[in-house]
Ligand binder design. Structure first.
Ligand code: SAH
Length: 211
């Protein structure tokens, strides 16, 4: 599992894809240097796991490019006592990065097969601070709300109201928005209103609607 070849690839990924760009948060860099990304992709894809690109890993699913994972995580400005909601568990890789940084992670995925694979990978790595749910992420997960951070890794046409409503005051949500072309949008919960700021153009799979 701690194959030294993968450790070397991971160190190079952190230096050449993250630190050399604009990833400055040391906690995020440390988490990305620790989580074994190759264990979240199928065996025949492992040698590509640390490449500077997203990977298709079956069932129409993609694991985001390492830089995008780091960028979105850094943007949430997470602290150790925070709780985070993730929409789109997918491989579970982003879930692991979040679980390194905060007290508790709730993650929602619409495809049961992906949840069970991700859960197995995360259990094998002994993460104890993750709750899994199968369902429509557009509805969030009310039971454990409000969240200090919400990370959405599939793109809706517009921001689901239920997610915004589950954000703690002063919390931050990062979400790709758009149909053909998408932008990452940062939503902050100010005292009297929600503020939105457009960050960078991105490509994510669409947020599937359950109804
Ligand atoms: N964070 C993931 C990337 C996942 S790709 C990773 O690191 O691997 C986006 C995921 O969102 C896919 O697994 C897709 O099945 C899921 N998804 C799409 N629509 C959804 C919805 N309405 N609710 C929950 N998950 C959804």
């Amino acid at each position: 599992m701690n194959d030294p070849r993968y450790e070397g690839m991971r160190e190079r990924m952190v230096e050449s894809q993250l630190r050399s760009r604009d990833i400055r948060d040391e906690r995020v860099l440390r988490a990305m240097g620790k989580v074994p990304r190759h264990l979240f992709v199928p065996e025949d894809m492992r040698r590509h796991a640390y490449n500077d690109e997203p990977l298709s890993i079956g069932e129409g699913q993609t694991i985001s490019q390492p830089y995008i994972v780091a960028y979105m995580t850094q943007a949430l400005e997470l602290q150790p006592h925070h709780s985070v909601l993730e929409i789109g568990t997918g491989s579970g890789y982003q879930t692991a990065v979040l679980a390194e940084l905060v007290d508790s992670v709730c993650t929602v995925e619409i495809l049961p097969g992906l949840t069970s694979r991700a859960r197995k990978a995360l259990d094998d790595l002994q993460y104890k601070n993750i709750r899994f749910r199968i369902g429509d992420g557009a509805l969030g997960w009310d039971k454990f709300a409000p969240y200090d951070g919400i990370m959405v890794t599939a793109a809706p046409g517009k921001i689901p109201g239920a997610l915004q409503a589950q954000l703690r005051e002063s919390g931050r949500m990062i979400i790709p928005v758009g149909v053909a072309f998408q932008d990452l949008v940062m939503v902050t919960h100010g005292r009297h209103r929600f503020n939105r700021k457009t960050l960078i153009p991105v490509r994510f799979v669409p947020l599937v609607r359950s109804s």
